[in-house]
Design a protein around this ligand. Structure first.
Ligand SMILES: O=C(O)CCC(=O)C(=O)O
Length: 382
């Protein structure tokens, strides 16, 4: 597993001009090689028209890194949230948003297909980051004494619904390429996570959107996954640097086991060949995303992400006419699976269809929502 002081180095194999990479962490543990074919295309977003973006990336379902779209004039976050040295301004977060409750992943602990998460206040998360920084400094200082010291887990604040929580504080303006967003537009009308017993309409924070802030120290990371509902996502670095590894959807079967049930968790781990027989055949694309750059992640691309520096990013998931079929196909597949799974209780179940839909909503997402979004769209554009 990565520690906050993980480092990368590259070995060229020379075979088929493919790059083979060996990742080594500072504790000296060498991990399996992966084949990296090339880099994600990088384009100046200021010189790209919307129709070009549609034609080259959304329609073709291809990733791209867009530069020049995070003008501080529209991105208050890039000044408020960042120190003059380009680091996250932890003090600012503690002072202004310290009482917010957020999900923090413990990057060193796996829980099923994700990292273990804990809910905490932003101020407590910041305290942990500062503690980790201090411990790293001490560890550096002690390096010659070869003492490993107690390891502190790497905290990663994820999926903070910042826009919903602070609607008055306009941290950024969504670039026009990503504004045709049926998912968030639809969800803005609903407050689906309200607890009816304790409802306080004026105070309730609705979590039913897919606009997030991520904040992680160097070494924090996100395991291999494809995005929720097979939506598109975009992610802009307010500060810091991320390394992304991407797998084209046509190769995704290679990261699954023989039953197509379990997916590889960390592509830099020693991956069992008998459990994941196709894994060594997978060909990856990579990208290092700098501060001020936005990455477009198309539907169904598996990706793993590592923060190479202390990083804050804005991430949205969304869908529209260009990728709705991805969303629908996933929901339909998982709906059929959910139905098959409980087929034998069909005759004794009062509301079998309702149960299938609830299981689907719990596992994957809401089919009725996708249908309704589509119908609303058809009523506007028949
Ligand atoms: O930045 C990260 O750690 C993960 C982001 C991600 O997976 C996404 O935006 O789809």
């Amino acid at each position: 597993m990565f520690s906050s002081s993980s480092s990368f180095f590259v070995v060229f194999s020379g075979q088929n001009q493919k790059q083979k990479q060996v990742v080594k962490c500072e504790r000296g543990m060498s991990m399996g090689p992966i084949n990296i074919k090339g880099e994600i295309e990088r384009v100046n977003g200021k010189e790209l028209s919307y129709s070009e973006f549609v034609k080259r990336y959304m329609e073709k379902n291809q990733p791209v890194v867009l530069t020049g779209l995070m003008d501080p004039h529209y991105w208050r976050s890039s000044t408020d949230w960042v120190t003059l040295q380009g680091q996250p301004n932890f003090q600012y977060f503690s002072t202004h948003f310290g009482a917010s409750k957020v999900q923090v992943a413990d990057c060193d602990t796996r829980e099923f297909t994700d990292q273990k998460r804990e809910e905490m206040m932003v101020s407590d998360f910041i305290a942990r980051c500062l503690q980790l920084e201090e411990a790293s400094a001490v560890q550096c200082y002690n390096e010659n004494s070869s003492s490993n010291g107690p390891s502190i887990s790497v905290p990663y604040l994820k999926d903070w619904h910042f826009v919903k929580e602070y609607p008055e504080y306009v941290a950024y303006v969504t670039p026009m390429f990503f504004c045709d967003d049926w998912l968030n537009l639809y969800l803005d009308n609903f407050r689906i996570h309200i607890d009816s017993d304790t409802q306080q309409p004026d105070k309730e924070i609705c979590c039913s959107d897919y606009r997030f802030v991520y904040m992680g120290v160097k070494g924090s990371w996100t395991p291999l996954h494809a995005d929720v509902f097979r939506s598109y996502s975009w992610s802009g670095n307010v500060c810091g640097k991320k390394r992304w590894l991407f797998l084209d959807p046509s190769q995704c079967h290679l990261v699954f086991d023989r039953n197509m049930k379990n997916c590889v968790y960390n592509i830099f781990d020693e991956v069992s060949n008998s459990k994941f027989p196709g894994f060594s055949e997978a060909i990856w694309l990579e990208c290092t995303q700098n501060a001020g750059e936005i990455i477009f992640v198309p539907s169904g691309w598996y990706h793993q992400v590592h923060n190479l520096e202390d990083t804050i990013s804005i991430n949205h998931n969304w869908f529209n006419a260009y990728n709705l079929s991805w969303v629908w196909n996933l929901l339909l597949r998982d709906y059929n699976e959910a139905k098959e799974y409980i087929e034998d209780i069909k005759d004794i179940c009062d509301d079998f269809e309702g149960l299938c839909q609830r299981n689907l909503a719990a596992n994957t997402g809401d089919m009725e929502m996708a249908l309704e979004v589509h119908q609303q769209y058809l009523s506007i554009f028949p």
